[in-house]
Design a protein around this ligand. Structure first.
Ligand code: FAD
Ligand code: SF4
Ligand code: SF4
Length: 654
């Protein structure tokens, strides 16, 4: 066998603390190495061309590149090796950047370690054999989970490109948080006026199937061929008959039903259409509050409904859909501020409300018809305090991150307060003003200069009722260096955001990673922001981290572009680096079946004996089964026991 070794300087990234020339020289002595060199940037076009040239010139059988993480450039180098006429799996990579140069400053020690890693890669490559991918068909259909503005955008873009789309939303209507907003920064245009047409497009698009009141329960399969179980809660209304007339809502006697859409700012009825522009504009019954469903009494809506749409016998159902790709767009929820901020009343004061509740007060379709009225006494507030970063950038409660859009919507809400109540005064308590988007800084300035909003820099330490109908907001003004107290009628908390409730469970169902705050993890924070580490699953919008509307829409389109690119290929290639079962050794214990996170192993009866079998297209090559099998009956191609032991031996020889 003839192996070529190529050591990358990565500018000064590697060469700064590793003697790359020496590493290349050392490699010349390793078994089967026929050519060894170093290069300033192996991933550059000249670097790759050099690999191709040397493979041909020295008649090499395999290539080792020592450079950065395989997550960055393994595909790049595999393509170069293939261009040189080799099987692309006759390639190994040693990571001497993240694993060496970036973590140690001692050049001699680093040089030795880099040489050791190269030696190990050479030993592994000596035991590689060419592998061949299989081609498989894909289903030209995509599942989008979550129908906020990001999911809507992704669904529309995919549908416009000719793909079938299944859009799953757990609420009775689509639109997400944007549907709850009154106006949007920085243009202060009406939220439902810009979102409404997109929502209507979803309902009318021939390529989109919408399931509301629905959640994804189970996902099996693999990129291009997923099978998805969607659980749809019973609406108790036949959507094909309901015209959205609202007659049932008027007569329903269960008038103390909590109003989720209005952020619990007032009650609604058990049968309900959440807002006038709702898509679908269909009534649904909340079974927890319906008298017929809880007590067997009432049944008024069925009597009143002119089209006979009410059906109390409806049951939850599970729908199975086959799709080629999945976009997660489940957005965010506000964090639980009440149990973390006792000093702000912890939810005991009726006039200390969240920013989303304030949006509902501002909205003409909200519980007060667009009049800002205090929840406690229905009075118009003249002084309003806005408190930023409640649950954001607060390490004392384990929330170190910025929630991204609160500074901007706080400025917007202060502007709108003045528009609604011209003789009002708004106070914004802030830590820093973060307004980096297009026209954002200008907008904040308007709030201060044109609208007279008073910005006070400092974290609020307490909010207390003064016993005379107002609330005293106490803070330390960090610019003036003295304590400050303001008496106000209403307090609005810009509560920090986290991944949508249940996002951890959904991540596990989709086999993707998530962080401590319920946000899904992208494959690469800079270079692959809409991809996940599970092939065929993409991210859009705030489910990945707080994002305002422009960024959520952009990411929705970005995810759609990835899906369209993936499913436009006539066939996909499987990765052949998968598990193989040696059926002579397998005793059919099934431990591998239990441990496989992708359900890639089944138990089969082979000539009267139970044996494990790997479903090639499903196996992701994670190796859990190989490590678990007590018989050593499973080997992972290119990560066989022999290869790993050869690497360990190589390390021991150094
Ligand atoms: P979301 O709007 O959260 O939508 C996610 C959707 O997924 C929801 O419909 C949810 O029900 C659904 N979902 C969640 N989990 C599941 C599941 N497991 N299964 C099925 N469905 C699920 N941004 C601006 O640019 N301008 C503004 O003026 C502005 N004002 C704001 C004011 C306030 C008070 C707040 C809190 C935010 C504001 N924002 C504003 C930010 C804006 O809300 C977000 O940018 C936007 O909502 C993000 O859209 P999204 O689709 O990613 O998430
Ligand atoms: Fe309301 Fe239920 Fe009575 Fe219908 S049957 S009117 S939803 S309480
Ligand atoms: Fe499942 Fe084994 Fe493949 Fe991992 S390597 S996906 S555990 S079959």
């Amino acid at each position: 066998m003839k192996i070529g070794v190529f050591i990358c300087h990565c500018g000064s990234n590697i060469a700064g603390t590793v003697d790359c020339v020496k590493v290349a020289k050392n490699a010349e002595a390793f078994p089967d190495v026929a050519y060894s060199t170093d290069n300033m940037y192996m991933c550059s076009e000249p670097g790759q061309d050099h690999i191709v040239e040397m493979v041909k010139k020295h008649d090499l059988d395999g290539v080792v590149v020592a450079s950065c993480s395989p997550r960055m450039h393994e595909p790049t180098f595999r393509r170069a090796v293939e261009r040189a006429g080799l099987n692309k799996y006759m390639f190994e990579m040693a990571n001497i950047r993240e694993h060496v140069s970036w973590i140690g400053k001692d050049k001699d020690a680093n040089t030795n370690k880099a040489s050791e890693l190269v030696r190990m890669a050479v030993e592994k490559l000596r035991r590689n054999a060419p592998l061949f991918s299989k081609k498989f068909e894909t289903i030209k259909k995509v599942l989008v989970v979550g129908a906020g503005v990001a999911g809507i955008q992704a669904a529309l873009d995919c549908a416009d490109a000719g793909l079938q789309v299944v859009l799953v939303e757990r609420e009775p209507a689509i639109g997400g948080k944007m549907a709850k907003l009154d106006k949007t920064f920085p243009t202060v245009d009406c939220s439902s006026c810009i979102l409404g047409p997109k929502m209507v497009d979803v309902s009318q698009h021939p390529n989109i199937t919408l399931y509301t009141l629905s959640e994804v329960e189970k996902v099996s399969g693999y990129v291009g061929n997923f099978s998805v179980n969607i659980k749809r809660r019973a609406p108790y209304v036949d959507f094909s008959k309901c015209t959205g007339c609202g007659a049932c809502m008027e007569k329903c006697p269960a008038k103390k039903t909590p109003d989720r859409f209005n952020e619990f700012m007032g009650p609604t009825t058990a049968i309900n259409i959440p807002f006038p522009q709702a898509i679908p504009k269909k009534a649904t019954i909340n079974p927890q509050y319906c008298r017929k469903l809880t007590e067997g009494k009432c049944g008024i809506c069925a009597k009143i409904c002119p089209t006979g749409a009410i059906n109390y016998e409806m049951k939850d159902e599970v729908i199975t859909e086959e799709v080629g790709a999945i976009v997660a767009a489940t957005g965010y929820d506000l964090m639980d501020w009440k149990s973390n901020y006792g000093e702000y009343g912890g939810g005991r004061y009726p006039d200390v409300i969240t920013s989303l509740q304030y949006e509902r007060l501002l909205s003409a379709a909200g519980p007060t018809g667009g009049h800002i009225l205090r929840p406690s006494d229905g009075r118009e507030p003249k002084k309003v305090a806005f408190i930023c970063c409640v649950g954001s950038r607060d390490r004392s409660i384990g929330r170190p991150y910025c929630s991204g859009f609160c500074c901007m919507y706080t400025a917007k809400q202060a502007v709108l307060t003045k528009d609604h109540i011209p003789d009002s005064q708004s106070y914004v308590f802030y830590m820093d003003i973060r307004a980096p988007g297009k026209l954002y800084d200008e907008f904040t300035r308007r709030a201060i200069e044109e609208y007279g909003t008073e910005y006070i820099r400092g974290r609020v330490s307490a909010i207390q009722p003064d016993g005379k109908g107002q609330y005293i907001v106490r803070a330390a003004d960090t610019l003036l260096g003295k304590p400050v107290e303001v008496a106000v009628d209403l307090v609005v908390l810009a509560v920090g955001v986290e991944g949508a409730k249940g996002s951890g469970k959904l991540a596990e169902t989709l086999h993707i990673s998530y962080d401590n705050f319920g946000f899904f993890l992208e494959s690469h924070i800079k270079l692959r922001p809409v991809e996940t580490n599970t092939a065929g699953v993409f991210l859009a919008g705030s489910c990945q981290g707080a994002k305002d509307i422009p960024s959520s829409v952009a990411q929705g389109s970005g995810a759609a572009a990835k899906v369209i690119g993936l499913l436009s290929k006539p066939k996909l290639e499987s990765d052949p680096q998968i598990s193989n079962v040696n059926i002579k050794r397998c005793v059919g214990c099934g431990k591998c079946v239990d441990v496989c996170p992708f359900q890639a192993i089944t138990k089969e009866n082979i000539r009267g004996e139970i044996k494990a079998q790997v479903i090639e297209a499903v196996c992701q090559g994670c190796g859990l089964c190989a490590a678990t099998c007590p018989q050593g009956a499973i080997q992972l191609s290119h990560f066989t026991d022999n290869q790993i032991l050869a690497e360990v031996n190589a390390l021991c020889q150094c």
